[in-house]
Each structure stands twice: as C-alpha cells, then as structure tokens.
Design a protein around this ligand. Structure first.
Ligand code: NAD
Length: 458
C-alpha cells in the first residue's frame, strides 16, 4: 500500500478546508448537476461493471442503484438551499433581548466506507448527502466489487476537484490506514463485525459515526393477510440482487394455518418472476464470489428444502430456495444474504413479539396483515430500524423517510432531509443585543435577583 499517496490526498483536502471552509451553496449545486450528468453519460460503464460484479441486469441496476441515486441528487438540488439557511428559534424571556437560531454547518472532511452489494448506490448516495451539506469526502469503496469500484473512481475524478472529493481504492489495509486518520465524520455501510472496528477506531478521535449495517429482518405473515399479494411482494424484495440486500426479508415468520398456501404462492411467484429455471435466467444475479456462494450452500440443509436447492458452481448462481425451518436451523443463525427463504411458524402473535425482541435488533421488519390490532402490536412492541406494512423494501425508496437501523443493525440514518442532517452540525447561536443588559444573572445575587431567577427558570 502506498500510504504517501493517501497522505498527500488528505493533506490537500485539509488545507483546502482550512482555507475555504465548507463548499459554498453554488459549488454544491454545480457538483450535484455535474454528478447527475456524468452518471447519465457513464451509464453503459456502470451497467457493465454491475453485470461483471454481480450479474445485475440493466433494469435492476437502474431501479436499485442508478435511479435511486439520481432521485437523491434531484431531491437535494430542490432543497439544499433552504436546508442550508439558518433557522430562527424561539428566545425565552430569560435571554431577552436576543435572537436565537441554529446555523447548519458542515463537519469538514468525511470518510465514506461502502460495501459490495449495492456498490454504486451505497457509495454515491452518502457522497450526495455529504456534499449537499458542504463537506469534503474521501470514498473507500469495496475491494470485493472491483469493477464498480474502478468506475466509481473514474466518475469521481471526472466530477470533482480531487481536493473536494476523492477515492481511495483498496481493502482492509487501506481502510485501516484511513480509519487511523483524524476524519471529522465517518459514514460506514457494511457488516456489523466491521462496524464494531470502525466505531472503536472513530472513538480514538471522538469522530461521530453513522453505521449502516444489517441483520435478520423478519417478515411476518398472519392469517388475515392477502397471501398471494404478500408472496408477490416478498419474492420481489427477497430476490433483488439474489438476496444480497441489507433490507431483504431474511426469513418468513407465518401463522401455521396459512403456511401451505403461502408456500404454494411463493413458488408460483418465483416461477412468474424468474421462470421455472432461474439458474438459466440471464437477469438473475449471482453470488458476489466463491466465498459467499459456499456460505450460502452451507445454510441449505437438504432435509429442510421444500422448493429449489439447485446451484451452478461455475456461474455462482443459487436457485431461490424455500426451507422449512425452526429457530435452530442453520439458516436461522445469522443474516443470510442470499436467495434462501426460511419459513418458521407461530400460533400466537405474542410469541412473535417475544422472539423478535429476544434477537439482535433487525434493520427492517415487514408485516403482512389486515388486522389493525396486529399492525399496532408489531409496530409498537417490536424493535427494528424501519419497514413496511403489507410490502417489503419500499420504505427505503421514499426520500421523506430516513433510513437506518438501531444497535447491531445501525446507528444513525440518511436519505433526503435526514441525510442532510446526518452530515450537518447544527450550531446553536444566541445573538445578544447590546442595547439592554438585564442585571439579574450577575453577582452579587441579591434576594430580589434570586426571586426573579426563580420566576424565569421554572
Ligand atoms: P464488510 O463489512 O465486509 O465491508 C465493508 C467495508 O469495510 C469495505 O469497504 C471493506 O473494505 C471494509 N473492511 C472490511 N473489513 C475491514 C476491516 N477488518 N477493517 C477495516 N475495514 C474493513 O461488508 P460487506 O461484506 O461488504 O457488506 C455486507 C454487509 O453490509 C451485510 O451485513 C449487509 O447487511 C450490510 N449492508 C448494510 C447496508 C445498510 O444500508 N444498512 C447496506 C448494504 C449492506
């Protein structure tokens, strides 16, 4: 690893930030417009890279990577000027005469660390939010999706001055070196295991972090649900990127009375959406690499297979595979991250709440139910990052909703206004008038002053 190269990049960025402070509103807008245009111009290269890394089709790549990113840029172009204005706040009498306001300000130099599963979107969206708030950014994309990482480096070099936004390619060694530098903010997306390393390193410099991680996201289907629509939406969410999605429905938790019907409908949807032979479907993504492929095969206990189970070790594709599971099954121990669909059953919805809350807090939860009582129970009693009622995944496609987990599945959130806030430090300011100086807070604190203080501060 060439550390002097990284040092030089950081030095250039630091000196620009020290001199000019945050990006101006005009610079932010110019960059966002240029980024939008360059993404459109580079679409063929981005598609080719996502195809090579994950066998993603153009349609899926547009829907889940490019389109989502363009829509975040459009949102920021519409709103960043108003988001960046100081916001007046009420001034209490005890501070009279004064004006109070919060001043949105950039953190400074931000490190964005991204994973391989949505390697384009999960690199560019945090950059969009960070520069909209005026920050400078160093991106460290994943070494496991090298084709997309190379295209990202090209896109960034083409769009930004290197002292404003730059890329550091590499793996653990480069990432560790970057984590040892004193960044002003770290935005990390990836596994919980590495999230812990990032948080410990950040603590050494008191650097604030956002951690976007994963976990086992439950998908509950009760006896009141519209089963065929539930199956359609579950298969959509589960098989995007062949299950390599942080918010994929990890396992299905269904009422035992509807299990057979649900399995029938899930099988029907797999065939409708991916044909009777998904392994030969050119639009069906592959596992990112041999290691991930073998990890998935280890989760398929042959005795539990009710549908699918075949794979192709040359193409690294695995059939959508439905498993009849218990909580002791191999597929129920950790986040799956592949096209494996375990089904566990319940008889009483209260046991669902208890079981979900006894596991690590999931990034997402999906509930298919037409019962208001069950909806209220699950939404209010279960702990999770975010989710949908009667759908999967779609909560992340609304820029008016923040996206993030809690505890093991994440700290903090982004997307839309929440993304702007994540990369903004709000300075609280009291601007005092010199015209009048109320005496009550100054020593000596006479009895009369004490009475006044008690009147104001209660
Ligand atoms: P990962 O943690 O292995 O890697 C993420 C990044 O960390 C990469 O850039 C990598 O180079 C770096 N890294 C890896 N090991 C490191 C180490 N020891 N020290 C320092 N840096 C290191 O994650 P991944 O396998 O790329 O992604 C899969 C995970 O990410 C899943 O758990 C998934 O749920 C989660 N994820 C979460 C979200 C979200 O938005 N919440 C999105 C996508 C993926």
């Amino acid at each position: 690893m060439e550390t002097s190269n990284i040092d030089n990049k950081l030095l250039a960025m630091r000196s620009v930030y020290d001199k000019n402070s945050a990006l101006s509103i005009a610079e932010r807008k110019t960059y966002l417009k240029k980024l939008y245009k360059n993404i459109l111009d580079m679409q063929p290269e981005i598609y080719a890279a996502l195809k090579a890394d994950l066998n993603k089709s153009e349609a899926e790549s547009y829907m889940t990577e490019i389109g989502m990113t363009l829509s975040e840029i459009s949102f920021m172009l519409r709103h960043l000027k108003s988001f960046s204005k100081p916001k007046t706040k009420h001034t209490p009498l005890s501070n009279f005469p004064a004006k109070s306001y919060v001043l949105p300000s950039a953190y400074g130099l931000v490190l964005v660390i991204s994973p391989w599963n949505y390697p384009f979107m999960l690199s560019v969206e945090p950059i969009v939010d960070a520069i909209s708030a005026g920050n400078l950014v160093v991106l460290k994309p994943s070494e496991i999706s090298p084709n997309t990482s190379n295209v990202l480096a090209k896109l960034i070099a083409k769009t930004f001055k290197p002292e404003h936004v730059t890329t550091v390619l590499g793996g653990v060694e480069e990432c560790t070196y970057l984590l040892d530098q004193n960044f002003d903010y770290i935005f990390y997306t990836g596994s919980t295991r590495v999230g812990e390393i990032v948080m410990k390193k950040a603590a050494e410099h008191f650097t604030p972090v956002t951690l976007e991680m994963g976990g086992k996201s439950p998908t509950i289907v009760d006896e009141t649900a519209n089963i065929s629509l539930a199956a359609k939406r579950i298969i959509f969410g589960k098989l995007l990127n062949a299950g390599q999605t942080c918010v994929a429905p990890d396992y299905i938790y269904c009422h035992s009375s509807i299990k057979d019907k649900l399995i029938y409908e899930l099988e029907r949807q797999i065939i409708l959406q991916y044909s009777t032979d998904p392994l030969s479907n050119p639009n069906y993504p592959k596992m990112i690499n041999q290691k991930q492929f073998l990890n998935m095969l280890n989760l398929i206990d042959k005795k539990e297979v009710v549908f699918g189970g075949k794979y192709n070790k040359n193409t690294l594709k695995i059939e959508p595979t439905i498993l009849n599971c218990t909580f002791a099954s191999p597929a129920m121990q950790n986040e799956i991250f592949g096209p494996i669909i375990p089904i566990v059953c319940f008889d009483n919805i209260l046991e669902v709440v208890k079981n979900i809350n006894s596991m690590a807090k999931p990034l997402a939860l999906y509930l298919f139910s037409n019962s208001k009582t069950t909806q209220n129970l699950i939404l209010n009693k279960c702990n999770f990052g975010g989710g949908c009622v009667n759908d999967t995944i779609m909560h992340i496609a609304n820029p008016n909703l923040g996206f993030g987990g809690l505890k093991q599945s994440g700290i903090g959130a982004y997307h839309g206004k929440v993304g702007f806030d994540t990369f903004t430090h709000y300075k609280s300011i009291v601007k005092k008038s010199n015209a009048l100086d109320l005496p009550m807070r100054y020593q000596p604190l006479s009895k009369f002053k004490q009475t006044l203080i008690k009147l104001f501060l209660k």
